[in-house]
Unconditional design. Sequence first.
Length: 93
Amino acid sequence: MMKKYKELIFTVVLIVLVIANVFFTVSVSASGAELTSIEENQSTLLSKNQELTDKITNESSLSTIGEKADSLGFSKPENIVYMTAVEPVAKLP
């Protein structure tokens, strides 16, 4: 009788351990798939970031800004006037 209880307890513990093993295996597999998805997303975002950085660098170059200024009608100054320090308007003698 005592042997049957030991066998029953052993069987129940074994079943519980097998179920736990399957559960953790599935959980680890799902985490791996999620990690792969996150790494792919990171790679995509890094690529997009590099693309936008290159675009900012290109758009802020002096040649591009000069071309845009010309297309908007800006021209190079003919006379350059340098301003000195502002003197007070009302001055005591």
